[in-house]
Design a protein around this ligand. Structure first.
Ligand code: PEP
Ligand code: MN
Length: 349
């Protein structure tokens, strides 16, 4: 059940409303949108009559939500959530590109690539310090050292960082280093981890599991939201494909408009893991933006043949530059504000 309250409400009336909901056996969750304040009522709400709310003049609407994802539902914030990451806006009409190497390999490699992608308009740096690899013999990431390198890159470029945590220790370590914590496809249903993420104040980039349905994915987001962390960003990164000869995964772009109709959470498309091959990345990045994504996350490497992970899908900086100029034009065509480092400064000042 959700209760929509008009802007300009009296704070004490909201307190009375929350108390009333608790008395009736519901668990209220307050979400503040730009246009409205929404109270999502969880728990056994079937027994709560809509009549109870008639005495509150500030209430605009009371609805029962039949979907299992109550807090992720679009009804909670119909205009869509915007997540502000150090001045980079993710959601609504904003668009941005997160870019960088798959893995942080060395200080020199990360700084080189971070400088390049910033110059070309990326507003968030990506890079893995903890790598979920299919083989225990593959490069596992530099760990804390990798986070320190990312921090150096962020200090130099001024760009915020997104990086993957694989467990709770990683999350704790990352709190001081990264701006967005990525939860990878393999951990999308690690419910114990999701519960912990609900307790922290940090945006979470929740990637879709390799064969997760829309509802399974949104319920994973719901775990984080239900814990009290409302900064969840969804990331489509391709689902398992039967034809691995020509693509690593199938980038499911259907899901972008599907999610836009179901949830207020921002949606990011990852055409790098979604395709697995460099020549497919730019066309699918453009398609992702055109489908309505709020951001893209793209792997870039200046020496892909030497990359310690995902070299075949890394764009060269020169390819990335061409892609960025095409995306800018798509943004104009579809009415998205394309944030580059320059336009971001414009917005902030
Ligand atoms: C990554 O972003 O490098 C990564 C491992 O992502 P995913 O969880 O989508 O495979
Ligand atoms: Mn990768």
């Amino acid at each position: 059940m959700i209760v929509v309250v008009k802007k300009g409400y009296k704070k004490e009336n909201i307190q009375t409303l929350l108390k009333k909901i608790e008395e009736l056996g519901g668990h209220p969750h307050v979400v503040e949108g730009k246009e409205q304040l929404t109270v999502s009522v969880l728990g056994k709400t079937e027994k709560i009559s809509l009549k109870y709310f008639e005495v509150f003049p500030e209430i605009e609407n009371v609805m029962r939500i039949s979907k299992p994802f109550k807090l992720a539902s679009k009804d909670v914030i119909p205009e869509g959530t915007v997540i502000d990451v150090k001045g980079v806006h993710i959601g609504q009409n904003n668009f941005c590109v997160m870019a960088g190497p798959c893995s942080v390999e060395s200080e020199d490699q990360t700084l080189r690539i971070a400088r390049a992608v910033k110059k070309m308009g990326a507003t968030v740096i990506r890079g893995g310090a903890f790598k979920p690899r299919s083989s225990p013999y593959s490069f596992q990431g530099l760990g804390k050292k990798g986070l320190e390198i990312l921090q150096m890159a962020s200090r130099e470029t001024g760009l915020p960082i997104v990086s993957e945590a694989m467990d709770l220790d990683g999350v704790e370590m990352m709190m001081d280093y990264v701006d967005i914590i990525q939860i990878g496809a393999r951990n999308m249903q690690n419910f114990a981890l999701l519960k912990e993420l609900g307790k922290i104040d940090k945006p979470i980039l929740l990637k879709r599991g390799m064969s997760a349905t829309v509802e399974e994915w949104l319920m994973s987001a719901e775990y984080i939201l239900a814990g009290g962390n409302h900064k969840v960003i969804l990331c489509e990164r391709g689902i398992r494909t039967f034809d691995t000869q020509y693509s690593r995964n199938t980038l499911d772009l259907n899901i972008v408009p599907i999610l836009k109709s179901l949830t207020h959470l921002p949606v990011v498309v990852d055409p790098s893991h979604g395709t697995g091959f460099r020549h497919l990345v730019s066309p699918m990045a453009i398609a992702g933006m055109a489908a309505g994504a709020d951001a893209l996350i793209i792997e870039v490497h200046d020496k892909p043949a030497e990359a310690l992970s995902d070299g075949p899908q890394a764009l060269l900086p020169s390819d990335f530059e061409v892609l960025m100029s095409k995306l800018e034009k798509v943004g104009e065509a579809i009415g998205k504000t394309f944030q580059t480092e320059i336009s971001k400064k414009g917005i902030a000042s």
